[in-house]
Design a protein around this ligand. Structure first.
Ligand SMILES: *[C@@H]1O[C@H](CO)[C@@H](O)[C@H](O)[C@H]1NC(C)=O
Ligand SMILES: *[C@@H]1O[C@H](CO)[C@@H](O)[C@H](O)[C@H]1NC(C)=O
Ligand SMILES: *[C@@H]1O[C@H](CO)[C@@H](O)[C@H](O)[C@H]1NC(C)=O
Ligand SMILES: *[C@@H]1O[C@H](CO)[C@@H](O)[C@H](O)[C@H]1NC(C)=O
Ligand SMILES: *[C@@H]1O[C@H](CO)[C@@H](O)[C@H](O)[C@H]1NC(C)=O
Ligand SMILES: *[C@@H]1O[C@H](CO)[C@@H](O)[C@H](O)[C@H]1NC(C)=O
Ligand SMILES: *[C@@H]1O[C@H](CO)[C@@H](O)[C@H](O)[C@H]1NC(C)=O
Length: 238
């Protein structure tokens, strides 16, 4: 019984709560930022997990802990724990980087994984042979490189017959409409998923509440008409 009392005491402790609106949903450009994402604001204490911290740069919501802080979040699907991001480190203007790289190396951030719902854009460069590898198209870049759309993201590992004379880089893309270029497919972004720690948020929403981090920026609380609750609305205050 005593630990339980302590937990409630910490929820209700006056003064421990920052401005209750400080961590409310925010907008950045077209994106409405809500749990589990949160917007970093100068001079404000953190509102949640560092992995989900966003900085608003003009109208771009950028994932703070991504490679060079340059992953722009375009759309979030809280229902199935996934979101679309664009990697602004990629050559989104002309498709010709100084060097190609595997995008997955830049995401080394749990709790996110690149969804297998993406397809892969395969890029070959630094080839030691002159001819265009079969099935690939030449880019218009000064440094010779070739591209083609592959299968489900991750499937290149099972592909036989990629030219060993070239260096392979893999970029997740949501797909390329017919006749579209690989550059626009990179601009459309790719799907990432996060692992859900528990089903506590759906329960809160089902009870009419909104999911929030607890006042100290960690853990969970459910924001109800009559205040914050540990799990869901309608729980009686002890
Ligand atoms: C916001 O959405 C509109 C309409 O979908 C789009 O034209 C515009 O480019 C978007 N702005 C940003 C900053 O993403
Ligand atoms: C933020 O926006 C400015 C101006 O558009 C740009 O120069 C800067 O690189 C952006 N920062 C990031 C991290 O993308
Ligand atoms: C989540 O739902 C959105 C919208 O229906 C969909 O586009 C996306 O592919 C889904 N994500 C996953 C991981 O299935
Ligand atoms: C071509 O690649 C080299 C490194 O391999 C790089 O230094 C150079 O800037 C690249 N040239 C262009 C035009 O991107
Ligand atoms: C490019 O290929 C040459 C040999 O063909 C190799 O020595 C060099 O390390 C490669 N460069 C990169 C960046 O992979
Ligand atoms: C490659 O080039 C051919 C011929 O120009 C074109 O039909 C095809 O759509 C291109 N493939 C890709 C993936 O762009
Ligand atoms: C990208 O990853 C593949 C394996 O998934 C590997 O064969 C390739 O060398 C990597 N390319 C670079 C540029 O790191």
């Amino acid at each position: 019984m005593i630990p339980l009392l302590l937990i409630f005491a910490s929820f209700l402790r006056p003064g421990s709560a920052a401005d209750p609106l400080a961590c409310s949903p925010r907008a950045c450009g077209n994106l409405s930022i809500a749990y589990p994402f949160w917007l970093h604001e100068d001079g404000q204490p953190p509102c949640g997990s560092p992995s989900f911290q966003l900085n608003c740069n003009g109208s771009q919501a950028l994932l703070s802990r991504s490679m060079f802080g340059a992953y722009q979040v375009l759309q979030v699907f809280p229902k199935n724990s996934s979101f679309i991001a664009v990697d602004n480190n990629l050559p989104l203007d002309n498709g010709c980087p100084k060097w190609w790289f595997n995008i997955s190396l830049g995401v080394g951030l749990s709790p996110f994984v690149i969804s297998s719902k993406n397809r892969e854009l395969l890029v070959l460069d630094n080839c030691s042979k002159q001819e265009t590898p079969p099935g690939f198209n030449r880019t218009s870049c000064a440094n010779e490189s070739f591209y083609r759309l592959g299968g489900e993201y991750g499937s290149h590992r099972k592909l036989a017959g990629l030219p060993p004379a070239c260096r392979l880089s893999v970029v997740p893309v949501l797909g390329v409409p017919d006749g579209d270029s690989y550059v626009s497919s990179m601009r459309q972004g790719f799907l990432l998923e996060w692992t859900v720690p528990s089903d506590v948020c759906p329960k809160c929403e089902a009870s009419g509440g909104q999911c929030r981090y607890a006042n100290d920026g960690t853990g969970f609380s459910c924001s109800c008409d009559d205040g914050l609750r540990p799990d869901k609305c309608g729980e009686s205050r002890k």
